[in-house]
Design a protein around this ligand. Structure first.
Ligand SMILES: [Zn+2]
Length: 106
């Protein structure tokens, strides 16, 4: 089972973003949005097993598995994260929500 790698948080910037990394196509387990690209929040690295992520469409907290597939982060896993990681995840969700309001993503 993949364990969170807290120092390598990544997020999905969308389908037309630049300077991002592609990975196998996933569907968000919550909203079904297609996710196949990511960019680093803490680093510019491509996603790896255990990296945390946020669905750009609905804000679901995600974790990359061994084959770069994704699943939702469980509430228990979230609780075990360090406070700085929790804050960064929530901040990322808020930034994405604000961007959707500004740029009309639904
Ligand atoms: Zn989603």
């Amino acid at each position: 089972m993949a364990r969170p790698r807290e120092k390598e948080l990544v997020s999905f910037p969308g389908e037309n973003a630049v300077n991002d990394a592609t990975h196998p196509e996933n569907r968000c387990p919550r909203c079904g949005h297609k996710l196949d690209r990511a960019s680093g929040v803490n680093s510019g690295s491509a996603p790896a097993t255990g990296d945390l992520s946020v669905c750009i469409q609905c804000g679901e907290l995600l974790i990359f598995l061994e084959d770069l597939r994704i699943r939702s982060l469980s509430p228990a896993e979230f609780e075990e994260l360090e406070i700085e990681t929790k804050a960064l995840l929530v901040k990322t969700q808020l930034v994405m929500r604000a961007a959707r309001r500004t740029f009309g993503r639904n």
